[in-house]
Ligand binder design. Sequence first.
Ligand SMILES: Nc1ncnc2c1ncn2[C@@H]1O[C@H](COP(=O)(O)OP(=O)(O)OP(=O)(O)O)[C@@H](O)[C@H]1O
Length: 577
Amino acid sequence: MIHIFKKIGWFIKKEWLTYLVLLTVLLAINILALLPALFLGQAIDVIVNNELTMHKLIFYVGVLLLIPVTRYLMSYIYNYLMGKLAQKLAYELREKYLSHLFEMDLEFYEKYSKGDLIARATEHLENITVAATSLLEGLVFNVSTIILAIGIMSVSIHLRLTLISVTIMPIGLTILNLIRQKKRRYVKKHQEIYSQMAEKVLETTEGQKTLRAYVEEDNDLEKTNDAIKADIKSWSYIVKYENWFNPLFEVVYGISYSLAFVFGVYFIINQQLTVGLLVTFIAYIGQLYSPIISISTVFTQINNAVTSIDRYDEIMNEVPKVKNDETAQNIIHFNTITFDNVTYKYPFDKQPVIKDISFSIKKGQTIGIVGPTGAGKSTLIRQLLRQFNTTSGNIYIDDVNIKQYRIEDVRKLVGYVPQEHTLFRKPVDKNILMGNPMASTLELERAILMADFRKDINYLNQGVHTMVGESGMTLSGGQKQRLSIARALVKNPDILILDDSLSAVDAKTEANILEQLRLNRSEQTNIIVAHRFSAVRDADIILVLENGRISSKGTHEELLREDGWYKKQYIQQVTMV
Ligand SMILES: Nc1ncnc2c1ncn2[C@@H]1O[C@H](COP(=O)(O)OP(=O)(O)OP(=O)(O)O)[C@@H](O)[C@H]1O
């Protein structure tokens, strides 16, 4: 529990006034909850002793009516304030979590699956919020009810009767405690299985088109069902465990009632207790039941929250390897970028993917990168986005190590069109403007024209305002590519990277886009990764990448004079046409 308070201490400190008001209201509700039994006992004794007058009757009826009404109002205030507090905490935790996710580098996303990250942002944060808010009610309300009730029972009613009937309750509590400890292990396991299920459901939803194309629905459904079944199984195990052991407390409680009744009657016979006081006493035993059970629920919530906090912390404690130096410099434009013996190995791979890469890019140049599939072309150009740190070697921008520049500034230099196009559930124009939300209508139109996307927009039912579904459901492969190119171009970046981004367009469209780049970006740098040589043949320099190394570089004509991979592939492509 201290663990939880430590973790959300910052929130309690910030909201201390609301917590104080809640605490006061809670104690008032508590006292009001105990008063009816007290007045009822007194009223019974008044009746038994034949002392009932009209005045007393009105008083007792009035008090017994007034108490629930006041309690209702207090509970309303409490629930309202608590609801607000819970929403605020959930919002702040999620905001911190999401901001942290934005700070993380790609290595982090290699380590954690989407489903896992979603589960941590939903179920786990929910657990923490519930614990942080209901802990107050659960502990303060229930513990004070127990203390007040036992206090009144032993001081104002009968000490020995209290000792006889209430001391059995710690046995019940110990039983609940043991159950709780064992359950914690199952809860942890369940949370892991839940994350796996979330991941599987996500994969199935995202992969619908491919699954259908390969008639894999049944197979996948079976796997998804297995994941769901595993989740339900681990959850039902917890429920079964609770069902077996929780009723044990009822037995203990039954014994407590019987003891109170038997010994209460004995004390009445011996004139040590009145009937009214025994009624109050037994009512208080009844009132003790719910707080004791609730305390165990609170402990369950604490359990869940502790595991959830651990899982939340695991993410929040991750530190990105790619981050700004304290002395990071700004950069707005560049003249030369130099790769100096750059080697890169993916975090969970054994071998480097690109090895000893050295070359220079000058402002205004167009660079082509070609090579067999899997040679490391994408990995090489992504180094310019500062997504990872090089394993060895360095990249310099105007003779300063890229690591010494602000990451955001370096990324602002680049307009990157990746192989996979991420489109958002927004209209076409908003999707493009994500590249530069401040762009004018003219700049937007220019980007659309340069990407040769205008002709398609005319066919979309609402033009640039046509909604694009998740993952670009309403657009063709080539249209998605060109929307992504327009997104990069609207940024008017110093460096445009097209990572195999012309693969889904016809030869005419490819030629149009390349012509537009030549006309409009002669002062800026273009890096074109391609399998089709027509996309790179006019580049100032073409790098041939084989097995992660630059095997050759030069202009199209120079490379054709060599007897290497480029020439062989080029001849093959030309003869195939
Ligand atoms: N995130 C990753 N983690 C581990 N290995 C990766 C990762 N991404 C790519 N690789 C591996 O790195 C190698 C180079 O991949 P890369 O995508 O850079 O090649 P490429 O030349 O662009 O290929 P293609 O022409 O098919 O797009 C491949 O063997 C690939 O399996």
